[in-house]
Design a protein. Structure first.
Lengths: 386, 585
């Protein structure tokens, strides 16, 4: 079934912090959805599959608002930030098997003006699979938010492989550089240097403020259908060549792992590259879920762009910047564009493969990957091609 | 309502009012006017200006001062918030010897200093005696009177307190020492396995699940063993020791309840058993944390329901205890240490206070025995005391009172240990006189015992609503038959030396002047044996008893008794020479 499902529509709202979106969480997601459906040249009634992001809405309410009167397929993948890319895999399977014809993938929130991203779990411990464990064994010690959870892994990586803060800083700087070429990026006009990074305040040592994703309002959505149906639609289809997902072990608890660096992507990446019949060397760009700088470095390693432990050296020499060997997050990502839960990474990959990325365009981009990272290290990856 | 002249009130206060007038005043109901005149006179007689809200004693008053309500002596000395027992910061003169009590009690009325002591509370400002109480050893200072000022003013005087406008409750910190502060941070939900895990922590035990079949340890708690598939598991006691595996430093709180804690360091600790636990290292600033740093568990009782396991630094490797060298063994004159021919003699030398132990003496005993344990020249220790009235009567209350009432722990910080827990070589007790309360608890930590014919042994704590928490509950039933151990613990009655010999509590009963020579004979016969064999023999026998769990249990259950009303009523009744009215509360 590989190679026969496509992304045919993308849509985004404005991304902002102050003063906030002025709309509800469902409202901004509907706005992005309408734009994606519209771009695909479809009417909402054609959408018969919806895969909402976990805890951010139900398929039923999306359908009722949009007017999807023929809904057949509704599902949510419980993998946090890894959900949108994992949903691509399920949506592709659905349109290939005939479970649905056109599947909508929305994601978005008021991560700035509503409940802050940092409080997601503490506000609702049931919002992630490991929530009850976090409630009973993490929160009482002030181990309350993702930057704190992941930074204990980052510290081990630094200890075992000699990874340096400066190398994490290069990732932050690269994302900001990319944002300068993206009119939607919240951090456009706010370039940073490595010195700025090193001077920025510690938040969850070794994470500085500039290691962390933004908290923003905004939503994005994509529409998936079969290659066959895509031929009749106005946009240039982007093929979902392969996709895969995986979980760390145990996935609901972050401290008791025999291999602390084995994440969901460690399992998923070989599968996705294998199914696509390519290697990381064949990839023109990578959209890496960048909740924090170290997670970019770690996913580059686990996806196979370099050996484990060599991520620090890999990100040096502007290798991940536009014009480098492997441009990463040409839109600026969660660190510099906006935190759209990974959906904007898919949107950017589609733009690159369509050749619509304007001043950020990766020359002759034919194949790219998108990853997702969620909860305590769930991972997903899709290989996309034009 | 009778209206009395201020001059008459003043005469009454000074004891010079004519008897008929006194009678008239006594017959009439309490009235506001008389109270006001009384306070007015008191106010005129002191040299300070803070308005008196209520007299407490002829010398002490609750006054309004800068928005607070404090206890003030007529001399001007201030004791602090009126809700805190002023006695805590008074000078205390304790009479607990026959000589000092005889200055107060003449003849037959004198109480037995083995059980009771007289305390005079003295103002640090003027030296005036403010209060006297006679209570059993170990009884905290009685908090005589905590008035309900608001109700007194609003319902009896029919007017608000004069300082209502400016009164600010500025002393929650002071009060906080006596009460559990409100805890606002997130807590685990005590259901499912978290209830068990934290339940053990509350008892001072860190336990993890361990598979019965493949012996694999696991954390966090699970339904089954992921290694072998077994559903059979137990809560196994952890060594409590581990090393720092990783950490993060929260320089900025990402949860509002932790704002005041920054910077703090959620830390992953890898336990000796292999499981890892997210916690904190309490005695270590974040910048001092190191990978692999050895730590050991401590328990932080954050609320009545929840105790969180946390960690503190420990010395790594084989260094089980700090060695004490003879050069650094500095002892007070009340603890003597001598050694010759392989025998160390440790002597408690405070006969005029019934050989009661101060905190300094307790610490000195610990270092003396730590030295003995590490000193290759000595194989056996004899523990004895000067005088024939008492071997040891327990803690010295002059010191114990402030400690007890400030919530300070008298026992060992490590709840799995008691006196002599870490001494691997034999200890022989040579007992003359009273061996009661803490003295008896100390005896239970020795190995061989020689008693003088006049010696007595007992644990009287329960008679006054208290329990002996120095290890007696654990050690005694393992040393003498159950029924007899329980008789000592539950009746609180003492036994004589002959009875102690019959039930196997002591090895020999001899005339008083032969106690030491008999102990030396026993010590010499041990010294003739192989030192490694002797030492190991004792270590096996003691460690095989596995007393640690019991000690922790004793500590935690005893704490409930010490906090009870009965623990206050018992000593109070004793002081008032009446039968205690226990409620079991």
């Amino acid at each position: 079934m590989t190679g026969q499902a496509c992304i045919v529509g993308i849509g985004e709202t404005d991304y902002c912090r102050r003063p906030g979106s002025g709309m509800s969480q469902l409202g901004i997601q509907l706005q992005a959805s309408v734009r994606a459906i519209d771009e695909a040249g479809l009417k909402p009634s054609a959408i018969d599959g919806i895969m909402p992001f976990p805890n951010l809405g139900r398929a039923e309410e999306f359908a009722a608002n949009l007017g999807c009167e023929n809904l057949r397929f509704a599902a949510t993948v419980g993998m946090g930030g890894a959900a949108p890319v994992a949903s691509l895999q399920d949506a592709a399977a659905a349109v290939m098997s005939g479970t649905a014809s056109y599947v909508l993938l929305p994601a978005g929130w008021n991560g700035y003006s509503g409940s802050r991203a940092r409080q997601t779990v503490t506000d609702d411990t049931a919002s992630i699979p490991g929530g009850a464990i976090a409630r009973d064994y993490y929160l009482p010690y002030g181990f309350t938010a993702p930057p704190q959870w992941y930074s204990v892994i980052a510290r081990r990586h630094m200890e075992e492989f000699g990874t340096k803060s400066e190398q994490l800083g290069l990732i932050a700087v690269a994302m900001r550089e990319h944002a300068q070429r993206n009119p939607r990026a919240v951090m456009r006009g706010r370039r940073i240097t490595l010195d700025d990074y090193m001077d920025s305040r510690m938040l969850a040592d070794p994470y500085r403020v500039l290691d962390c994703c933004l908290e923003t309002d905004g939503a994005a959505a994509v529409v998936v259908t079969s290659a066959e149906r895509a031929r009749d639609l106005p946009t240039k289809p982007v093929t979902i060549v392969s996709a895969a997902r995986g979980q760390p072990y145990p996935a609901d608890e972050i401290t008791n792992r025999d291999d602390l660096f084995k994440t969901g992507l460690t399992i998923a990446a070989p599968e996705a590259f294998g199914k696509a019949g390519i290697t990381p060397d064949d990839v023109d760009f990578a959209m890496i879920y960048d909740c924090f700088t170290f997670e970019v470095l770690q996913q580059l390693e686990e996806a196979g762009f370099c050996e484990r432990g060599e991520g620090g050296a890999f990100v040096e020499d502007a290798r991940i910047e536009l014009g480098g060997e492997l441009p990463v997050n040409t839109h600026g990502g969660l660190l510099a564009e906006a935190h759209v839960l990974g959906m904007s990474h898919i949107v950017e990959a589609v733009r690159q493969l369509r050749g619509e990325a304007e001043e950020r365009q990766v020359e002759s981009a034919e194949t790219g990957i998108v990853t997702g990272w969620g909860d305590f290290g769930d991972g997903s990856i899709a290989v996309l091609a034009r | 309502m009778a209206d009395f002249h201020k001059a008459d009130v003043e005469k009454l206060m000074d004891g010079v009012l004519a008897w008929p007038a006194v009678q008239e005043m006594m017959k009439s109901p309490k009235d506001i006017d008389r109270f006001d005149k009384y306070v007015e006179i008191l106010q005129e007689r002191v040299e300070w200006d803070e308005p008196i809200l209520l007299p407490l004693t002829p010398a002490l008053f609750i006054v309004a001062k800068d928005g607070e309500r404090v206890v003030k002596c007529r001399c001007g000395h201030e004791f602090g918030d009126y809700r805190v027992n002023w006695k805590i910061s008074a000078l205390i003169n304790v009479r607990d010897t026959e000589e000092s009590l005889a200055e107060v009690y003449k003849g037959r009325e004198m109480p037995d200093p083995a059980w009771v002591q007289l305390r005079e509370y003295v103002c640090p400002g003027c030296g005036g005696q403010l209060e006297v109480e006679v209570v059993p050893r170990g009884c905290p200072p009685d908090f005589d009177f905590l008035p309900d000022l608001d109700t007194f003013y609003s319902e009896w005087l029919g007017r608000p307190l004069p300082d209502t406008a400016e009164y600010k409750d500025l002393t929650p910190d002071a009060i906080g020492k006596w009460a559990t502060p409100e805890y606002t941070k997130p807590l685990p939900e005590l259901d499912g396995y978290a209830k068990d895990f934290y339940g053990f922590c509350k008892e001072g035990e860190l336990r993890f699940q361990r598979c019965v079949d493949c012996k694999e340890w696991r954390h966090v708690p699970r339904e089954m063993c992921a290694e072998c598939g077994s559903f059979d598991w137990i809560w196994e006691r952890s060594s409590g020791r581990g090393t720092v595996f990783s950490w993060t430093v929260a320089d900025r709180a990402l949860h509002p309840d932790f704002v005041d804690d920054t910077p703090y360091a959620p830390t992953v600790v890898e336990m000796e058993e292999g499981v890892r636990l997210l916690s904190q290292v309490v005695d270590c600033p974040p910048e001092d944390l190191e990978m692999g740093m050895p730590v050991e568990v401590v328990f932080d009782e954050v609320t009545h329901e929840v105790t969180l396991p946390k960690f503190r630094r420990r010395s790594g490797g084989e260094a089980r205890r700090r060695p004490v060298s003879i050069e650094t063994l500095e002892l007070p004159p009340t603890i003597r240490y001598e050694k010759s021919d392989g025998i160390a003699v440790v002597t408690i030398d405070r006969p005029d206070a019934m050989n009661a132990l101060t905190k300094e003496m307790l610490a000195a005993l610990d270092s003396a025995f730590a030295h003995f344990n590490d000193d290759d020249d000595s194989l056996v220790a004899i523990l004895t005391a000067v005088g024939d009235r008492a071997f040891c009567t327990g803690m010295d209350l002059k010191e114990a009172i402030p400690l007890l009432t400030s919530g300070d722990e008298l026992g060992y910080e490590d709840h799995t240990k008691r006196q002599f827990s870490e001494v691997d070589k034999p200890i022989i007790a040579a007992v003359n006189g009273h061996c009661i309360a803490g003295g008896m608890e100390m005896l239970a930590g020795t190995d061989l015992r020689v008693a003088a014919q006049g010696a007595t042994f007992g644990l009287g704590e329960v008679r006054w609503g208290l329990v002996p928490a120095g290890g007696s509950h654990i050690r005694l039933p393992r040393q003498i038959p159950w029924a007899l151990a329980m008789e000592l613990l539950l009746t609180g009655e003492s036994i004589d030396a002959q009875r102690a010999y019959e039930i196997g509590l002591v090895n020999r009963v001899v005339p008083a002047d032969e106690v030491m020579s008999t102990a030396l004979e026993l010590a010499s016969s041990i010294c003739r044996n192989g030192p490694l064999a002797v030492r190991t023999s004792k270590e096996i026998a003691v460690r095989a008893l596995g007393l640690e769990d019991g000690f922790v249990l004793e500590k935690s259950l005893a704490a409930k008794v010490f906090a009870s009303n009965d623990a206050k009523e018992g000593p109070r009744a004793f002081a008032e020479k009446r039968k205690p009215d226990f409620t079991g509360q």
